[in-house]
Design a protein around this ligand. Sequence first.
Ligand SMILES: Cc1cc2nc3c(=O)[nH]c(=O)nc-3n(C[C@H](O)[C@H](O)[C@H](O)COP(=O)(O)OP(=O)(O)OC[C@H]3O[C@@H](n4cnc5c(N)ncnc54)[C@H](O)[C@@H]3O)c2cc1C
Length: 430
Amino acid sequence: MSLPASADVVVVGSGVTGAATAAAVAARGATVVLLDKEDGPAREASGRAQGSLRVQGRHGAELRLAEEALRLWTEAAADGDFELVTGGNLYLLTRPEELARLRALVAEAHRAGLTGVELLDADATREVMPSATGPLLGAMCSPGDAHCHPRKGTELYARRARAAGAHPAYGVKAVRLLAAGARITGVDTTEGSIRAGAVVVAAGIWTPHLARTVGLSVPIMPVVMSELETEPAEPLFAQSIRAFGFGAVQRPNGKLIVSAGLNARVAHGVSLADLHGLRYWLPRALAFRRNLRLSVDLARIAHQVRTRSTLSPEHVPHVSPEPPCDRPLVDSALARLASVVPALRGVAVSRYWGGVVDMTPDGLPIIDGGAGPSGLTLVTGLCGHGFTLGPVLGEIAADLATEGRTARDIEEFRLARFAEGPVPQPEMTI
Ligand SMILES: Cc1cc2nc3c(=O)[nH]c(=O)nc-3n(C[C@H](O)[C@H](O)[C@H](O)COP(=O)(O)OP(=O)(O)OC[C@H]3O[C@@H](n4cnc5c(N)ncnc54)[C@H](O)[C@@H]3O)c2cc1C
């Protein structure tokens, strides 16, 4: 793999965030190298996501960004097919005690100006989703939301980057950020160094390892979320569905992708890396103990002991293995979905998989161009719902890398918030 000796911008990571960043940087006429340790784009979270492009149900600080991202996804469909379906998003209400949470989310959306978000009663829900003939009480509805095939969506941005002149470099791992004084000067990789005036680290769960090489502490806990895919079924709903206990989309080919929905159980392998954010994670692990499956990651601990480090790019695998799926969890999610959509009873499962999510202590992303040496931008901590945001994160990272500032409001996403005092705990795991 021959790498350019220099570029205006190096982007580390070719998930949706990095691919969209490289496309936006190249579109502005700057030279950009897009690195990924894997053999192509979307090999980690971005390729394992469900693909729901959901605006509603987010923290107020993210709502406007999600709205802009959805517009960008819709425009991107003119450039290629990534199975975009604009069918809306429904948070199904199946138990009375869930109503208060949905009311709060609707109020938050209205405060942010998203007046299209509304609560529907059971009859109105069945009007927009006629296949939901099983028991349900209503839904929170955002009619303009969408879903897509996440690997194809990411590949579209990687293609756009290349077409605009970006240099993709797959199978190349970034091993160190280079800085001179207070400025970033490039990246060391497994294939040599690249000099650059700006570096965007969009390395998902591995961001803390690279950030550490310039002395930054980035509190990310990797947790595994599970999904299943069914055999094709008749067309049942165009919305992406979310509820306590299940979530689903139906792709244009009839297959359903099913997850465990809101506040799902997630898994985490404990290792010495957890010592870094113990003061954030211990209270959170205790509060979410019913939804967090902990195991001890002995292989990782042995590697950490051997290399005498808890966080280091040496610990980042060249090819990340697919994590195990929590099959009982997603099987029960499918059963719950089938109780609301009885036409799904007996549908066969064709595939199970897991994917790793980059959690932050407060459930909000880290988007920061001023945390470390100048010229360094970090985008991580997308907490299991960052696929939607990809295109707007790309624009923001390109703003920060090429101009040093962005007009979008990213104040709440600064890395420094964790050092400034206790951050609020999110109400749900995912
Ligand atoms: C099971 C699951 C379901 C999800 N469902 C949804 C959903 O429906 N809707 C939604 O909005 N979000 C969803 N998400 C979240 C979403 O997938 C992520 O927030 C988003 O894809 C993150 O994109 P990213 O580009 O930041 O990270 P990633 O896609 O993880 O990409 C990071 C890239 O960096 C590369 N990399 C890391 N370290 C290095 C290095 N040192 N050198 C070179 N390359 C490196 C990796 O190989 C990887 O390709 C889901 C996540 C999972 C796991």
